[in-house]
Design a protein around this ligand. Structure first.
Ligand code: KE4
Length: 424
């Protein structure tokens, strides 16, 4: 596999951007090679600067659920662009998109559009604190909710592979109100509520953890969080930036039938364009400016091009919910291939899969929580990543990310991928 041009671009990129990238995980830091520079993508494929073709299981970290460059979505973007790129004023498209989100996720009675998942979660936290007039937030070790200061504590995703769970540049005072519990460990949550009685504004959770690799919520974990937040007069915030419109059209809250007080969205909601969103109970969202005292703003929030892409994406998903059954079948085929490889070669691989989300962990432990997730052999993962890449399969360049399939992944794509998984 020739990657000469990517390497030349990388040499230039590192002059102008930290690590030559605009998001750390893209630097391939934990998989022992320089990053590929991608030139274009279509359907299930991406193409690098050297013209190599890959079957893409990163899908831009989730947004490309319909596949890359979906004709109808691109057409909506093209048409919208001809009417101007941004006005900084309200538009009809924002009404259409927020109405669509609320129809799909009825717990989101009122919604604010922003430009990233980070912004959505940061704003939801501020809203929860403003509404409850309490300061403390519980998050879970290994869960990642974007890079706002107060949440870069025991974060997941690239913050894990950088082995800097607590980022530099974040004053201790910014994180003293961030309490850490353990995913799937109810006692770790109840102990914090006992210790900080009356001071906890919200519990923030990835309803399916996907930033320590995919870790499923145990049977009654989410319902427990719902109960204890009710009882303790704290809010339950579902960070559905990954699971929203991915785990099913209605996301994790529909899949598990749990109604959070606030939800955060990103990725698929923008159809590949920069959109984040937060929202929930109307009485809570009334505290958000200009209605209430919680300030939050954004120059490109609700951008007309991005909302055009988001609307079309959600409309297609809503009209074709069979896509979710198909995605699950594809994810199960991949999960079976990893299981066959583990059994066939006696290799320590454990797979977690739910809906169209899955991760292959290079460990012999069942991965049920943070500690078992980080027991993975990241060196083995790196070798596996490089082997897959050499054979035209682009999986996440980190053990602690999810693998995504799209509606565009064909039977032939899956057959080739499963064969390569089994044979290597
Ligand atoms: P963004 O600011 O990256 O749009 O969203 C932050 C975020 C919030 N919540 C969850 C559950 C997330 O997974 C994310 C971002 N996910 C990472 C990968 N797991 C994005 C990829 C990257 O950081 O480059």
């Amino acid at each position: 596999m020739k990657t000469q041009k990517s390497e030349e671009l990388y040499q230039k990129a590192v002059k102008f951007m930290p690590g030559g990238v605009n998001s750390p995980v893209r630097a391939f830091g934990s998989v022992g090679r320089t990053p590929l520079f991608i030139e274009r993508a279509k359907g299930s494929k991406i193409y690098d600067a050297d013209g190599n073709e890959y079957i893409d299981y990163v899908c831009s970290w989730g947004p490309a659920i319909l596949g890359h460059a979906h004709e109808e979505v691109v057409e909506e973007v093209r048409k919208a662009a001809l009417d101007g790129l941004t006005y900084g004023a309200p538009t009809k498209k924002e009404i259409i998109l927020t109405e669509l989100i609320s129809e799909i996720m009825p717990s989101m009675e009122m919604i604010r559009l922003v430009s990233s998942g980070t912004e959505a979660v940061m704003s939801a936290i501020r809203t929860a604190r403003g509404y409850t007039k309490k300061d403390m937030i519980i998050k879970f070790r290994g869960c990642y909710h974007g890079h706002s200061d107060g949440l870069l504590v025991k974060a997941g995703s690239a913050a894990l592979t950088q082995s800097v769970p607590d980022s530099a540049g974040v004053p201790a005072s910014y994180t003293e109100n961030t309490l850490i519990a353990d995913y799937n460990d109810k006692a770790s949550v109840s102990q914090l509520f006992e210790r900080f009685k009356g001071k906890i504004a919200a519990v923030l959770v990835e309803p399916v953890a996907a930033n320590m690799g995919v870790v499923l919520p145990e049977e009654d974990f989410l319902s427990y969080l719902r109960e204890i937040t009710y009882k303790e007069e704290a809010l339950l915030i579902f960070d559905e930036v990954i699971t929203g419109f991915r785990l099913g059209l209605g996301g994790a809250q529909a899949y598990f039938n749990i109604k959070p007080d606030l939800t955060t969205l990103g990725k698929i909601v923008g159809g590949g364009m920069p959109i984040g969103a937060y929202g929930g109970r109307r009485d809570i969202m009334q505290v958000v400016s200009p209605l209430g005292p919680v300030y939050q703003a954004g120059t490109l929030s609700g951008n007309p091009i991005a909302t055009a892409a988001g609307i079309k994406t959600l409309e297609i998903l809503k009209k074709n919910t069979f896509i979710y059954q198909e995605l699950e079948v594809k994810a199960k085929l991949l999960a079976d291939a990893y299981a066959d490889r583990a059994a066939g070669k006696g290799e320590a691989i454990k797979v977690n899969q739910i809906g169209s989300l899955l991760s292959a962990f290079f460990t012999d432990k069942e991965v049920k929580d943070y500690n078992s997730a980080v027991s993975s052999d990241t060196g083995k993962y790196a070798a596996y990543f490089r082997t897959m890449l050499e054979q035209g399969i682009y999986v996440a360049p980190s053990q602690y990310e999810a693998m995504f399939v799209s509606a565009a992944h064909s039977e032939a794509d899956l057959e080739k991928t499963c064969r390569i998984i089994r044979e290597n």
